[in-house]
Write a protein that binds this ligand. Sequence first.
Ligand code: HEC
Ligand code: HEC
Length: 384
Amino acid sequence: MRLDKSAILCIIFLGSLATLTSCRPDDEQDNEEVTEISALPASIVYPSDNPYSNAKFELGQLLFWDPVLSGTNEVACATCHHPSLGYSDGRALSSGVNGQGLGPNRTGGVVVKRNSPTVINTAYNGISVSGTVNPMASPMFWDNRASSLEEQALLPMLSAEEMRGVAIAESDILDTLVNRLLAIAEYRNLFEAAFGSDEITETRIAQALANFQREIVANNSPFDRYMRGNMNAMTNAQVQGMNTFIESGCADCHGGPMFSDYELHTLSTPNHPQVEDEGATGNFDFRTPTLRNLAFTEPYMHNGVFDDLEEVLEFYRDISGGNANSQNPDVANNQIDQDARDLRVNGDDMDEIIVFLNALNDPDFDTSIPSSVPSGLPVGGEIN
Ligand code: HEC
Ligand code: HEC
């Protein structure tokens, strides 16, 4: 049921956390779920067995930038998660070992089957509508296959396409990397400062990387400031767009402070011409991504098939309403998630929603780059 544009939105203040709910008069009748969007909390939650420390942060940052963690000594985490590209890589599909150059200019690398998501705000992955974060139940990846930053951190090192290459077997790579770090005196000192002894283990590597990434946050967008009470932080057009976003049904999946339910959904995103990716369970299902900071992270979707937000909105128009046409030959119309088919997006709505999405950008995240890394290898890998 399409609500009138003038529908009243309720702002509920729960302590310092403002929550926006659409007050749908039809809610009782059709039991439609209540959609809520809200500001991010200012604080970051750390796991009890991996509390924050400056020393761990500094170690994690150096590890993030050091290609010593790749089998080939030429790919770092930052190769695909670079601050100048919103901690993503600006490519449809990421490019790992044997490549040269950064982001869209990278050539020669082995192509990974998915788009690189940003690591900005991954500290909040899995956040509930009410703002609760459990850092050990924090879904990671387009298919949610890891459940914390700690669990995620070692997986790129194991991946032949991303960081391992083929010369070192998967069963040997982590031992090889630990031994490499042990051979570098500066790393032994950094691990000692971070963990109280110079023992270097896979677990400690993962904990330091997670500690660093948890600090890469951008939680002060115009939307956040508006929701915390600064009514001038968003323009009238952005407020209008926010209403349209909710009324159109976007928040049914893109709800909560991160604009994601962290659930898997089948939409019928077109296949990328180069890869076959059936998603998390073989149903072309992928995790709802955050809608924060989209200005820094194009192209969009798990395989980067859409270059801009106009294309994304046209896609939603085509799979919803009377059109409900699958955009993927491997997905039948009736396989498309009901919440997507129920969307109401047409004409002006699309422009209004895009205006609102621009209120979710916060460029004020840590973009610092270390001047050197302990291995002496090029900072960030072969990206220049
Ligand atoms: C070759 C490019 C590449 C490299 C190198 C790389 N990543 Fe990624 N990263 C990706 C891609 C692609 C995905 C999505 C993969 C998927 O969903 O299956 C991803 C996903 C992630 C995520 C999940 C974000 C989310 O919201 O789900 C995190 C966190 C992350 N990477 C951190 C790291 C860290 C830490 C390193 C270094 C140890 C690293 N990445 C190295 C390309 C890369
Ligand atoms: C049924 C749940 C659902 C609904 C409803 C929904 N989305 Fe999505 N959205 C997703 C999923 C899942 C993806 C990832 C799909 C993929 O990668 O193939 C996505 C991807 C996106 C992306 C790309 C983000 C990125 O970083 O790549 C944007 C932008 C987006 N949606 C905006 C919207 C807007 C605007 C609406 C309302 C018109 C909307 N979505 C409605 C689930 C939904």
